[in-house]
Design a protein. Sequence first.
Length: 170
Amino acid sequence: MEDILYYILIGIGYALYSWLTRKRHPQPVSDEEPPVLQKGPPPKQVTFEELLREITQARQAKQNEVAEAPVVDYDEEIEEEAGHLEEAELKSERPLYYEDYEKAKRIAFQRPSLEETARLEDVQVSFDRFDVFEQKQSRNLLEEYTSDLHHPEGLKKAFVLSEILNRKYF
């Protein structure tokens, strides 16, 4: 009930504030002037044929201007091109590292492969080396606190924790 009264008081306060801060200027009269009636004969309306005639005359004038522009042929000024294209000589020399690459490639096929050289006896099959990567179990605080409640020393610990967690002054 008190909440409703609180909201009603806020609404009344807002209404009073908006009423008091409202500007008291008279509303401006619209800037539109009343339409003026023209006295005399109405203007002559243009027919479709007259509009079409004006458009075609404008197009013909533009086409005449475009047609008068001189045409220049730029192909006449170009000299004859060379008869044949020059043949470029390709470098047949190979870089120094290419020879090393070819030599290593030839030797690689003569060496035995990894499959041929690997022996099963050389493979280490002990699984205890993975123990390092196992995760340690995190401690469960809830279980520790419940086990502490079963002992008198644990009750003291619980009392101290409750005083720390439930402060009276902060």
